[in-house]
Design a protein around this ligand. Structure first.
Ligand code: PMP
Length: 437
């Protein structure tokens, strides 16, 4: 199969006249002739405007937990339209959904809704600063927490001289005030000694520790339970609010998210993505004493928070995730996909490992799974980078960048996606081996 992207290419040229890069998010631009425009999505599949069909493993970066256009959620959303939108006032359903979230995630003693992951993490960080009385925060190297200035800093391991201490910290974007850099500290994942050292030296300034224990934006690299426990204790010791960013892991890797999986409780946690199966809604939740600061000195709000459509969609999505075996189905499919891919790679002697959770797997071309972002350098990411475009040609849509995991939705398990994906994967691996000879 050779994909024809004639209409997408034409659309791209047209869109460039009105939209920077021809898209509405920088990450949707895949190059002059590779930027695709979607006609529709259904279940685990997408169709572009040229009629190419894809089994999608990006699932919009995670929101698609059940599948696109899930009829159960969409019917709830239609009912939500009837409620009337937003009123700058509250509705009864907010309590019902908050109650469900608290039941599923014990750390979520109190809940506030927002619209996006970015907004939820911004609110959590503000709350943490107010609670601790300290303005700085720690981010784990390779972590991503949204598009706001306090967190748009990254450890530049690609430009890193490993003999010269820690990797340099760079802004993700122009336009971010350099003075904000002073507020952000970085730590490699799974190195409790490093974290302890950092806190010993700077705990007077550090009010928050932001962590994705499965790094949903970094190959799904996973914290060990011991590391998370050590971090939990250090946060307690140094009066640092532990913010667990579950924007990707939440309601995906377990009903109670990564906190259930690893058996610990955050002070604050943030959710988005899977809550509404694609409808825009997010949550900041956590310890009652901290959360009650909203309304007691700390601002939180937003015109569109708890829009009746998104809220109704979230109510239905969470009901399904809580009360059916959807998450077991997703994990089962993810496990079978890993096994199938593992066999194809193993039969050819290609070193590889899978990291994270089967519902959001990182595929890593090295025998030993990475334990932090620095380890990603030791992966053969050239292999992934060459293979991903081959998969796109064959109708399997994974992220072109190897740092993004493969997201599974319930609908993948309901058709012949597995067999089709593995057949495409085998071909793509063969082509990649040829290309890299
Ligand atoms: N936190 C994490 C862990 C995320 O993965 C993302 C989005 N990829 C965000 C925050 C930001 O969410 P949003 O794009 O909805 O603003």
């Amino acid at each position: 199969m050779t994909r024809i992207l004639e209409k997408s290419n034409r659309q791209h040229r047209k869109a460039l006249s009105k939209l920077p890069l021809g898209v509405s998010s920088n990450f949707r631009y895949w190059g002059e002739d590779k930027t695709i425009y979607i006609e529709r999505g259904s279940g685990g599949r997408l169709w572009d405007i040229d009629g190419n069909e894809y089994i999608d493993y990006r699932m919009g970066y995670g929101p698609g937990i059940l599948g696109y256009a899930d009829p159960r959620v969409d019917q709830a959303a239609r009912d939500g339209i009837e409620v009337g939108g937003v009123f700058a006032l509250s509705t009864e359903r907010e309590y019902e959904v908050a109650k469900r979230i608290s039941k599923m995630v014990p750390a979520a003693e109190l809940v506030r809704f927002s619209n996006s992951g970015t907004e939820a993490v911004m609110a959590a960080l503000r709350l943490a600063r107010a609670h601790s009385g300290k303005d700085s925060h720690i981010v784990v190297e390779g972590g991503y927490h949204g598009v706001f200035d306090s967190v748009l800093w990254y450890a530049d391991i690609e430009e890193w001289d490993q003999t010269a201490g820690d990797p340099p910290i760079e802004a993700d974007s122009e336009g971010i005030p350099e003075l904000l850099k002073k507020l952000a500290y970085f730590t490699p994942l799974n190195d409790a000694n490093y974290l302890e050292d950092l806190l010993k030296r700077h705990h007077q300034d550090i009010g928050a520790f932001l962590i994705e224990p499965i790094m949903g934006n970094c190959c799904s690299i996973m914290a060990t339970a011991e590391y998370v426990q050590a971090a939990r204790e250090l946060c307690d010791k140094y009066n640092v609010v532990m913010i667990v960013d579950e924007v990707k892991t939440g309601f995906r890797v377990a009903r109670g998210g990564v906190q259930e999986l690893m058996g610990f409780k955050a002070d604050l946690c943030t959710f988005a993505k899977a809550i509404g199966n694609g409808y825009p809604i997010s949550v900041v939740a956590g310890r009652e004493d901290i959360m009650r600061r909203f309304g007691d000195g700390v601002i939180h709000g937003g015109t569109y928070t708890c829009h009746s459509v998104a809220l109704a969609a979230a109510e239905k999505t969470l009901e399904i995730l809580d009360e059916t075996d959807a998450l077991e189905t997703i994990a089962g499919y993810g496990t079978a996909l890993r096994q199938g891919m593992g066999e194809i790679l193993g039969n050819r002697g290609i070193p590889h490992s899978f990291v994270g959770h089967p519902a959001m797997s990182g595929l890593f071309f090295s025998e030993t799974p990475p334990s932090n972002y620095r380890d990603w350098l030791n992966s053969d990411y050239a292999f992934y980078d060459t293979m991903a475009p081959q998969l796109h040609e064959l109708g399997v849509l994974c992220e072109p960048d190897s740092r993004e995991p493969w997201f599974i939705c319930e609908a993948h398990a309901q058709d012949d996606s597995l067999a089709q994906t593995l057949a495409a994967f085998e071909k793509a691996v063969e082509t990649t081996l040829d290309k890299l000879k």
